[in-house]
Ligand binder design. Structure first.
Ligand SMILES: N[C@@H](CCC(=O)N[C@@H](CS)C(=O)NCC(=O)O)C(=O)O
Length: 313
């Protein structure tokens, strides 16, 4: 395997899954920031790598892997450090991991996220500061018009990508209609209740049958199903919905599972990246605008450090 590179955006749900996987496997990889709020996923060069125009993408030399589930599989099979995330599907634990991974994947996360940003009164405790910032910065109602205009212009400029851009336009239209539908948003939020009831039951069963009080979804080992659940729970907290979905009263085992996640190194690493996103984005934009300016800035900081050290002597 050559040097891995992950194209991602820290706030992206599916990017977080790829990052968790790489950190769980102790993989060395290059960070390639794709600022999706600035539309960088639609750049022709990026679209040629992933015609869906989405993050994450994993590059291993010439090999390109798109879609977070495929990335999790690829990394688990090809990185030989860390523990196995996807147990053999012929084993009972392997079957359970596959079942729970699919169950968590059935959450309509985009409708849930943009639905809450649109109908903020549906959030149990109010949006987190970061979610509020996101809701304010993207004019959600005007969003589709802007996307359509940009993608149409790009489709004209790059005929080889015309179909891919048109698929994106259709998808954006459908998506915008969905999260403006309050009834549908409520329906999605109710579906999450059922999924989390099932998860609470699974955690109870594991606790009783295996006698482990601090178990992950299928026992002592943290697997791909846990990666999927981790990003869902973090998204729920981001949207200020945890009081509705997991509290010591509502789903106590899920609540303690969430507390335990905070002690896991890979989870801490991803959360640190998410919190540092605003700083990373600024640096990325400066570097993109002019690598020379960034070089001068870094040299300036280095000179200031050397000067202050010499002065202190
Ligand atoms: N099925 C894909 C979904 C990826 C996806 O939806 N990515 C979102 C961010 S979480 C994205 O890139 N959105 C930007 C866009 O569609 O333009 C996966 O699992 O990787």
């Amino acid at each position: 395997m050559t040097q891995l590179a992950l194209y991602y955006f820290p706030g992206s749900y599916y990017s977080q899954r790829a990052l968790l996987t790489l950190y769980e496997k102790d993989a060395r990889f290059q960070h390639k920031l794709v600022v999706i709020h600035a539309g960088e996923q639609n750049d022709p060069a990026y679209m040629r790598m992933n015609p869906a125009g989405q993050v994450p993408v994993l590059k291993d030399g010439k090999k390109i892997v798109t879609d977070s589930d495929a990335i999790i599989r690829y990394v688990d099979e090809n990185v030989h450090t860390g523990s196995t995330l996807i147990p053999d599907e012929s084993s009972s634990v392997g079957k359970e991991v596959a079942r729970l991974w699919k169950l968590v994947n059935s959450v309509k996360i985009e409708i849930m996220t943009f639905g809450i940003l649109t109908f903020q009164d549906l959030s149990a405790t109010g949006l987190t500061a970061m979610a509020q910032k996101m809701a304010n910065s993207i004019d959600i109602r005007k969003r589709f018009d802007g996307i359509k205009k940009t993608l149409t212009a790009l489709a004209e400029k790059c005929p080889d990508l015309k179909d891919a851009y048109n698929v994106k336009i259709d998808r954006a239209l459908k998506f915008t209609q969905n999260f403006h539908n309050r009834e549908l948003v409520n329906q999605v939020l109710d579906e999450v209740e059922k999924i989390l009831d099932e998860i609470e039951m699974v955690l109870r069963k594991v606790k009783e049958e295996q006698g482990i009080s601090d178990a992950w979804l299928t026992g002592p080992r943290y697997t791909a199903a846990d990666i999927a659940l981790t990003t869902l729970l973090d998204r729920i907290v981001f949207l200020g919905l945890e009081a509705r979905y997991f509290s010591p009263q509502t789903r106590p085992l899920l609540y303690s599972y969430y507390q335990r996640l905070g002690t896991r190194k890979s989870v801490q690493q991803v959360r640190a990246l998410v919190s540092s996103a605003p700083r990373l984005i600024i640096l990325h934009q400066i570097k993109k605008a002019s690598p020379y300016v960034l070089g001068v800035m870094v040299a300036g900081v280095a000179a200031a450090v050397v000067y202050s050290r010499l002065k202190g002597k």
